[in-house]
Ligand binder design. Sequence first.
Ligand SMILES: [Zn+2]
Length: 466
Amino acid sequence: MPKPIKFLALSFLFVASSVPAQTTRPDAEKQLARDVYKQFVEIPSGFTTGSTTPVAEAAAARLKAAGFSDKDIFLGGANPKKSNIVIRYHGTGKHKPLLLLAHIDVVEAKREDWSIDPFQLLEKDGYFYGRGTGDDKAQAAIWIANLIQYKREGFVPDRDLIIALTADEEGGGPFNGVDWLIKNHRDLIDAEFCLNEGGWGEIIDGKHVANYLQVSEKYVMNFRLEVRNKGGHSSLPVADNAIYHLAGALTRLAGFGFALKTNEVTSAYFRRMGELSTGPEKQDLLKVADGSQEAMQRVAAMAPAYNSTLRTTCVATMLEGGHAVNALPQLAAANVNCRVLPEDSPEYVEETLKKVFADDQVSVKKFGDPGRGPSSPLRPDVLDAATRITSKMWPGVTVVPNMVMGATDGRSLRVAGIPTYGIQGIFIDRNDVRFHGRDERILVQSFYEGQAFLYDVVKLLAKPSN
Ligand SMILES: [Zn+2]
């Protein structure tokens, strides 16, 4: 009776595939991750008002209680309030280590600006609320909880796993934990490659759509524009006025746009976005991937995020000038902040700006370290592990390599020769991104799914035969 058997087999297959994929870890592991998360979120670790040291110490205490030895745990940082923690989990040493990074400082949060206490983990209506719930204490807690679980299981990877929870990613000051570790303890974090924040999952209209794998970043340049003038009495104005010179230069900047273009990463990104899109923009997104200038013009006009993906941007962010209400200004100055595509050089940006300003009264000085970093090569094992686990957990969801507009610690690591990949598997609604803002939150389900996703991805990368 071949026919009924076939039917039976088909219906069995149908039943099997319609069982929802297991997208979270067992309850005891979820509880551990939640406990660590709560502890981390409830320690204020803002740049000026808090400290990362108690977070690092809390992690150390948990690891010691779980049987990690003192010699595999390092605590230290640029000053006593800026501790980082580095933990080594030993493998067979067949391959170079894998570094798992998360920052444990947070953007400042004032109680009066929030509707709830930013430093209490609140679980409400399916969300976890609190400063750092998304950026970046979820990933920090997940790394710790999963590492403790690997130890309980007796997991032996082909390479050491190194977790680094670090200070001052947000502060951008002299105490940045990753920079400090690279400079002072490179051996502790030296790795073949690294997983970090910067990639997340996107929910559109309630559906999981794309899981981003961040492989490159724009870099930052700042310019100070200055016009100096002998000034004089305001009752005797002359055409040569510092404020007018500066205003003219900034007005020309407002009307200027850098060339629209794609690179390997962004054209792959637009192709995937086009494939995923069901709206009228679908054809234009696909044409952008093929290099169409007309389509790039339309797509850039569609959303600031698309515009920033397609070009270097420079924008006026601060202004100062004049010294008295009744005096001609002797000084007018502005800050211009640029987010530069990895393939555009700092010299190109500076030369272009000077041409746009087109006024030799306006002096243009760049300051700070642009810290231009290379993109990470699209490692097949990383893409493959992310793709396999993504398809297993969320059938139909694709992994989309991308470039981010902001900067993360991944930049310093890439400059230091450690390719870094932003990947979290934590899904966020496209219209509910609250990082750095008030009432920061992520979905409770997304937190636990991120835990399960990273648990599997790390195991695959650390022991491919697993
Ligand atoms: Zn962050």
